[in-house]
Design a protein around this ligand. Structure first.
Ligand code: MSP
Length: 511
């Protein structure tokens, strides 16, 4: 069976989950569910990043140990994900033994390849970003005088300590060649160009150990040093795949989903580490955009971070999932507003899909006692509907390969609109009045069968609502997790004589 491996970033445990974390995790979940539906052997990995100076500082501020802080925050993540219908196969904590083994092994391989040397680091460090900076980089960003991080704008600290270095520069040419030869390696295109420009600008060796704090994984053979948190964190993707002792059947990863702010780590440092260690590179790294909330940047100081558990008090998981992936093209920045969510819900879910299901099943009950009858002959309009459904299936598959969730949903929505037009054009109520039973049966069959296939495509996005919709169509409980496109995705699988349930509204209008 062909495998499929999708990962999210592992989230720092210095803060509670917010909508940005939920966004990546939902996107990864949709891919995982889609490829399970497509019959692949899926590994969907998420987890938490527990080490580093930032977490240690956050713990100190609260007067607890970093391990205690991690334990507390990790519970928040673990309980949040099921309530958003996240179906991760594994959850990694970087404090686990399996991960420490993987990181130590990676370090040994880098060292054995001659990619690591000991030196002295004297420059700047941004703790919130866990990123090294040079004075020149601060100057270029206009922050030389106030000593602020070019990425997040917060104060950087002066670091002066013995450190191990990774010979990043040695892999510059190999990385450039890889990016140029593999146009799909980094998405979207604009991010790929950004990385190319960055790498072409030259890669300096990277400091990969610290001695001034202890919350991390010690350097093998030199425990005064802890391994740089990004080397530690990136290796989680290998740990999850079973490195170093497992079968690694899911590696290389099909796609690392990340936010745009951590692109350099994933598209430069990570592939260079893997090149040095002689491990195949992930197939793709995709960086999505950032959300603002009601027009404002979320920030700790403003205390305006949108918490998914609060959101779930107002809206169900499927509605949140649908909105996040539909509202903004994946890869772009977007704004989360309650008004926009309600608007999308009312037009696309309540009106378009909800209405199509409701009116189709109502008419089936009114005119044929809920029973589907055989189709004798198809007219052009029927064939067009079937063709639109089949084209949707191909387009959705293509969009999923590119993480173009908004496109996939648009293809699905366009068939929903087609279905609603088909109702108007073929006016089953008129066919009933005219006593045209054959034509009426054909039209109702096409409506219900296209609905079944529309809903099937929506399963990865809305696993709860689709189960309810399918239950009405199939007139039985539906285990959406057991569905397969190869078995259930063909047109015409609903048999004559099949009885559908009476509809009840799945998407009641929001005020
Ligand atoms: N621990 C690192 C990742 C290590 S992966 C090997 C980290 N953690 S984080 O918790 O700070 O951020 C995780 C993710 O949240 C990042 O992908 C980041 O882009 C994302 N987001 C943070 N704020 C966001 C928004 N406002 N909108 C969308 N995503 C956002 O970085």
């Amino acid at each position: 069976m062909q495998s499929y491996y999708v990962s999210t970033p592992i989230y720092y445990v210095n803060d509670e989950p917010h909508v940005g974390h939920a966004y990546t995790t939902i996107a990864a979940d949709v891919l995982a569910r889609y490829y399970r539906l497509a019959g692949r052997d899926v590994l969907f990995l998420t987890g938490v990043d527990e080490h580093g100076q930032k977490v240690e500082q956050a713990a100190n501020e609260r007067g607890i140990t970093p391990a205690a802080l991690a334990d507390a925050v990790v519970d928040g993540y673990r309980s949040l994900w099921p309530s958003l219908e996240i179906s991760n196969d594994d959850f990694i904590r970087t404090s686990e033994d399996r991960h420490k083994r993987a990181v130590s092994e990676i370090w040994r391989r880098l060292d054995a390849a001659g990619a690591i040397y000991k030196g002295f680091y004297e420059d700047l460090y941004c703790v919130p970003c866990e990123t090294y900076w040079t004075a020149t980089q601060l100057k270029d960003a206009g922050h030389a005088d106030d000593k602020r991080c070019p990425d997040c704008g917060r104060p950087v600290q002066q670091v002066k300590e013995e450190s191990y270095f990774f010979r990043l520069g040695n892999y510059q040419e190999a990385l450039l060649e890889h990016i140029r030869n593999n146009p799909d390696f980094i998405g979207p295109e604009s991010r790929r160009n950004e990385v190319l420009r960055f790498v072409e600008g030259g890669l300096r060796d990277l400091s990969v150990s610290r001695t001034t704090f202890t919350w991390g994984i010690p350097v093998p053979g030199d425990p005064a040093h802890v391994i740089y948190v990004w080397i530690d964190a990136l290796t989680n993707y290998l740990t999850g795949a079973g490195f170093p002792d497992g079968d690694m059947r899911h590696w290389p990863c099909d796609v690392h989903l990340i936010g745009k702010d951590i692109l350099r780590f994933h598209a430069v440092y990570w592939p260079c580490m893997l090149l040095a260690a002689g491990i195949p590179l992930p197939k793709r790294v995709y960086a999505h955009g950032w959300w603002t909330v009601e027009g404002e940047k979320m920030s700790k100081s403003k205390g305006n971070a949108l918490r998914p558990d609060k959101l779930l008090e107002e809206f169900d998981a499927d509605t949140i999932r649908y909105f996040l992936l539909r509202e903004v093209p994946f890869g772009h920045d977007g704004d989360f507003s309650h008004a926009a969510l309600k608007q999308r819900y009312n037009t696309e879910l309540a009106n378009d899909i909800g209405n199509l299901l409701n009116r189709s099943l109502s008419m089936l009950h009114k005119y044929q006692d809920g029973v589907l009858a055989a189709v004798d002959s198809e007219e052009a309009a029927d064939r067009e509907l079937v063709a639109a459904v089949e084209a949707m299936q191909r387009s959705v598959d293509d969009a999923m390969q590119r993480q173009a969730f908004h496109e996939a949903l648009e293809h699905i929505q366009s068939v929903v609109r087609h279905g609603n037009r088909y109702v108007e054009d073929n006016a089953p109520w008129a066919l009933f009045k005219q006593g045209n039973a054959d034509r009426l049966a054909t039209v109702l069959y096409h409506l219900v069968e296209s609905l079944r296939l529309i809903v099937l495509q929506l399963v990865p996005f809305m696993p709860v609502k689709t189960a309810v919709m399918l239950a009405q169509i199939m007139n039985a409980e539906q285990q959406v997790n057991a569905l397969l496109l190869s078995e259930h995705g063909g047109w015409g699988l609903l048999a004559a004589g099949h009885v559908c349930a009476r509809p009840s509204p799945v998407f009641p209008r929001m005020e």
